[in-house]
Structures are given as structure tokens and as C-alpha cells.
Design a protein around this ligand. Structure first.
Ligand code: AMP
Length: 287
């Protein structure tokens, strides 16, 4: 059995479960407040705090886990990154009160107090800038620290930046950008049996991520313009061309296209006389 640690609550929890379910690994809870669930026949999930996941994976309590890249970096634990899961995108930023003279991080006055729940990343980042600061560790809501007079600067996570604005803070630099990651235990990644299991999980999750960015497009196109159609929808290894029953002058062309090219592709196909254009989502894609 391979154990995968997933966030039990918070911003990454629901999306993690959703991604595993779409990859064919639906968490089956055996009781109401279960801390453990089956993930298909070969894997099990344990549910713990996102911040503790690097620890559980490094210790080998779980062979893999899902948590934010920020938390992995802050933990400084020795884990292997297996896959960028692309959700939970946020940035760890340096912010100062709106009225401050500081325009960039190097202008933070030496000896400033920096409130953050990322003390390790923050102190090494300021150190690399050559700016000596004093860290005021908080476990959340760093944005109120300047108003309470307990810090001059904060280092906190943002996605839209609206929390900073509401608190009259101004961003002056980025320590790191983060997304959710699948991480693995180093020893497990070197064990052949474990490695194969980890590869299976990676392949399944990757197939969902890949499919997310693609659409399946079908259209009836004039047989006479097939060469031009092939140029418009190259597909993974060329479009699939299917005979339409009693189609005569028509054939059906099917292809996987990039999500962001769907609009343009439809316009081009229409210009070639295409009809009956259908675009659908793809659940999983393994080339
Ligand atoms: P939690 O505290 O359990 O909600 O999880 C926090 C983790 O979610 C962070 O460490 C990030 O990896 C991720 N995250 C994604 N977007 C944000 C955001 N806007 N603010 C805070 N955390 C975020």
C-alpha cells in the first residue's frame, strides 16, 4: 500500500481531492471523521495539515503528499518534487504600509521587524539581499502586524492582492511564487516497487492536468478541403478523419486542440466551410 498525505482542510484540500478523483483515485472514506481513506485498491490517503505534509513525507509516514511549494520550501525537509499540480497559485511577497518610503526590498531599513509565518524563507531571503532584519514569527494574519505596531514590514502569501489593499499595505517584492506540488519521499523514489507506484500516480495526475488545457474538436468538413483542414487542426499526430454515412462530399475531422486556440480554430474551420462543429472537454489525456 502506498500512502499519500493530503491536506485535511484549507485552500488546497478540496482541489486535491477533486484532482485525485478526476485521475481515477477517488477517496473512499470509511467513517464520518476519517483521517484515512482508500484511494483505489493500491493507495491510501491520510489527511493532515498542509504545513505538516513535508514532515510526514520526509519521515516516511507517507511516501507521497500534496502541499504548497511555499510550505515545502519553508519546511526545508528533504523531499523530492514529483509534479507541479498547477492549482493553489500564490506568491509570497514583501509588503510595507502604503505611506512607507520603501520602494523595493533592498530599501528596507536594517533592523526592521518583519512579521511572517514563513520565518525561515524570509530570513534567508533578506540575508541574501544583505539586509539584516528581525523576524517576528506569526502563525497567520501577518497583515495586521504593522497596524499593531509590532512590525514594519510583512512577508505573506497573496493571490489577488486584495487583502493587502484592504489593509493599506503595498507590495514591494516577491520572495517566491508557489503552486501545489506532489512531493515524494526520497527513499521511496529509489525503491523500484515504490518508484513504479509513484510513477503511476504521477502519470494519472499528469493526464488530468494535460487534458485540462485541451479540448476535443469535431467538425464535418468538405472532403475537397481536407488538406487545408489538416493544416488548421494538426491534432496530436494529425486529425482523425472519419467517413460520414452517406456523407458524399463531407467527412468528419476530429482533433485535440489547445484550449486557448479553440476560438481561432473554429473561425478558420468555418472559413473552410465546416459544419456541425462540436467542442468537448477531455477527462484525461495520455499521449
Ligand atoms: P491553508 O493554510 O491550509 O489554507 O493552506 C495554505 C496554503 O495554500 C499556502 O501555504 C499555499 O500553498 C496555498 N495558497 C494558495 N493560495 C493562497 C492564498 N491566496 N493565501 C494563502 N495561501 C494560499
Amino acid at each position: 500500500m502506498l500512502t499519500i498525505a493530503l491536506p485535511n482542510k484549507g485552500r488546497l484540500s478540496e482541489k486535491s481531492l477533486e484532482l485525485f478523483e478526476r485521475a481515477g483515485l477517488k477517496a473512499e472514506f470509511t467513517s464520518q471523521r476519517a483521517l484515512v481513506a482508500a484511494l483505489g485498491p493500491d493507495f491510501e490517503a491520510i489527511f493532515v495539515r498542509a504545513a505538516d505534509i513535508p514532515e510526514f513525507v520526509a519521515d516516511g509516514a507517507a511516501q507521497a503528499g500534496v502541499t504548497g511549494a511555499d510550505l515545502v520550501a519553508e519546511s526545508a525537509r528533504d523531499v523530492t518534487e514529483l509534479l507541479d499540480l498547477e492549482f493553489g497559485r500564490c506568491r509570497l511577497v514583501v509588503a510595507v504600509p502604503e505611506g512607507s518610503d520603501v520602494g523595493e526590498p533592498s530599501q528596507v531599513p536594517p533592523g526592521s521587524r518583519v512579521a511572517t509565518s514563513f520565518p525561515r524563507l524570509t530570513s534567508s531571503w533578506f540575508e541574501s539581499l544583505g539586509v539584516p532584519v528581525e523576524i517576528a514569527p506569526v502563525s497567520g494574519s501577518a497583515e495586521i502586524a504593522p497596524h499593531l505596531g509590532v512590525a514594519d514590514v510583512i512577508v505573506d502569501l497573496v493571490s489577488t492582492g486584495s487583502t493587502l489593499r484592504v489593509n493599506h499595505l503595498r507590495e514591494v517584492g516577491t520572495v517566491m511564487t508557489s503552486t501545489a506540488r506532489l512531493i515524494g519521499n526520497g527513499a521511496a523514489a529509489e525503491d523500484p516497487v515504490r518508484r513504479q507506484q509513484l510513477d503511476e500516480v504521477v502519470a494519472a495526475l499528469e493526464s488530468v492536468l494535460r487534458a485540462q488545457r485541451k479540448r476535443y474538436l469535431m467538425a464535418n468538413v468538405p472532403r475537397a478541403r481536407l488538406d487545408e483542414v489538416k493544416a488548421v487542426i494538426p491534432g496530436i499526430s494529425g486529425p482523425t478523419i472519419v467517413e460520414v454515412a452517406d456523407g458524399g462530399a463531407w467527412v468528419a475531422a476530429h482533433a485535440v486542440v489547445d484550449e486557448d486556440r479553440v476560438f481561432q480554430t473554429i473561425a478558420r474551420l468555418k472559413a473552410l466551410g465546416a459544419e456541425g462543429i462540436l467542442v468537448t472537454r477531455i477527462e484525461r489525456l495520455m499521449p
